[in-house]
Design a binder for this molecule. Structure first.
Ligand code: ATP
Ligand code: MG
Length: 430
């Protein structure tokens, strides 16, 4: 019997690579829909796994849909997956077009465009920050006088990701720069900056995410993840830890809001990542939802802490086969992201861990000589590593100790020329 083909929308990155490996190991022919630029960066292992690919332009989703659907029909594709946040809506439309298991295309925008998300959450009664869509400066001034917003508030782009262009604004002085940052942040396949921004009430509390897998409309919450973030006006993730065991009433509350968000975003077959903030009274506010497995090595954490083959589970969900989701391990896992505390040229790195017992994953991605940034978005991460173990506190302590050993040297560059200035500095990654 010929197994259905599996199509990945954008096969770049470690998560897509893991999916491709899982599908190929099961005997599926794996295909990729990709842009010309992304395709040229595919490494030999991925190329060896792919039975074929189609080059398309994701910036023109209507045309991409037609082209990919025609390709998928020719190649007997029976499952479509993506781990690229920007392609989840296209994936839903493609699944509907091909009549393969997928999310509701009519609702899929809600997991991609934060204005649509706020509307869908409000309509479905999901507890979420009050959100005002602002089109110009007059709208911005009006939003800031809205009693449901106030200061602090959050100004963010509609279709960004990775925390780019998101600012926590504590008073009127920070508004103009925050709005400019949000307007200047275009989504991965957007043609240009968007003059519209969102102004959102600030939700105070502790930030978590809920990692879930929905199969034929039934959701299993796999884990709650605690997020470690920078403080201040930009909130950039510095680490994730899972599983977090919340008090039962709080956990029930968090799962209820996550499930409501999953329904509101039309997620029927596949992973989701719901970001929430829980305040001191246990109230849970949903910040956003993604119709995909979480990025930032959360898949690796699930694999090592819970003993789940998350990649095969995602494949099963996309094929509408029952996925094995019962944990086979009861461990803890955490990831740390290494960033530079200053902008400049990276001249050396030492002390970055290697894989070994309790450190199953390391990834360094910044080349020596490349320009690095102060942490303003997730794309400014230089590297990451995962620590696992049987005791949650020991895992955190070990990860923190490993972070302290990492030393990076960054030469400041002249703001205008990008030339290295003579003074040399050293930085310890946070
Ligand atoms: N309304 C809010 N109240 C409090 N904090 C917020 C709010 N909105 C955003 N944040 C903070 O800013 C971070 C980034 O915001 P958001 O998740 O909306 O952007 P993003 O670009 O989708 O980020 P990512 O892709 O990293 O999840 C959040 O994780 C949170 O720490
Ligand atoms: Mg987020």
């Amino acid at each position: 019997m010929t197994l259905p083909g599996v199509l990945l929308l954008d096969a770049a990155g470690p998560e897509a690579g893991a999916l491709a490996r899982a599908a190929a190991a099961r005997g599926h022919r794996v295909h990729a829909a990709t842009t010309a630029a992304a395709c040229s960066g595919y490494g030999p292992e991925l190329k060896g796994l792919l039975a074929g690919h189609i080059v398309t332009d994701f910036a023109r989703p209507g045309r991409a849909l037609d082209e990919i659907a025609a390709y998928a029909r020719r190649h007997g594709v029976g499952a479509v997956l993506t781990v690229n946040e920007y392609l989840t809506e296209l994936a839903a439309y493609l699944c509907a077009e091909l009549r393969v298991p997928g999310n509701d295309p009519g609702r899929a925008r809600a997991a991609r465009d934060k204005a649509a998300m706020a509307k869908a959450f409000a309509a479905a009664g999901v507890r979420a920050p009050h959100t005002v869509l602002v089109r110009d400066d007059a709208g911005l001034r009006a939003a800031l006088t809205d009693p449901q917003v106030g200061f602090p508030c959050v100004i963010k782009p509609l279709s960004g990701a990775g925390s780019a262009g998101v600012t926590v604004v504590t008073g009127p002085a920070g508004v103009a720069a925050a709005a400019d940052a949000a307007r200047a942040t275009a989504g991965m396949y957007d043609s240009g900056a968007d003059p519209r921004v969102l102004v959102q009430a600030y939700a105070a509390g502790t930030e978590y995410s809920v990692e879930s897998l929905t199969q034929d409309g039934t959701t299993t919450h796999l884990a709650v993840t605690r997020k470690q973030l920078t403080d201040g006006t930009t909130r950039v993730e510095t680490g994730h830890s899972l599983p977090v065991h919340l008090p039962p009433a709080m956990e029930a509350n968090v799962y209820r809001e996550a499930a409501a968000a999953i329904r509101a975003a039309g997620i029927r077959h596949g992973a989701s990542h719901t970001e929430v903030i829980v305040d001191t009274d246990g109230r849970c506010t949903v910040i956003e939802i993604g119709a995909r497995l979480a990025a930032g090595q959360i898949g690796v954490l699930i694999q090592h802490a819970l003993g789940l083959d998350i990649w095969t589970a995602l494949l099963d969900a996309a094929l509408a086969r029952p996925a094995a989701l019962a944990p086979t391990a009861h461990r803890y896992a955490t990831v740390r992201f290494i960033t530079s505390d200053r902008a400049g040229r990276l001249t050396s790195v030492c002390g970055f861990p290697t894989t070994g017992p309790g450190v199953p994953f390391v990834r360094w991605r910044a080349a020596i000589g490349s320009l690095v940034h102060e942490p303003g978005a997730n794309s400014h991460r230089l590297g990451s590593f995962v620590v696992t173990g049987t005791d949650a506190n020991e895992v955190e302590e070990r990860a923190d100790a490993l972070v302290r050993r990492v030393r990076i040297h960054v030469e400041p560059t002249s703001p205008n020329t990008g030339q290295v200035r003579p003074a040399s500095t050293s930085a310890i990654a946070p």
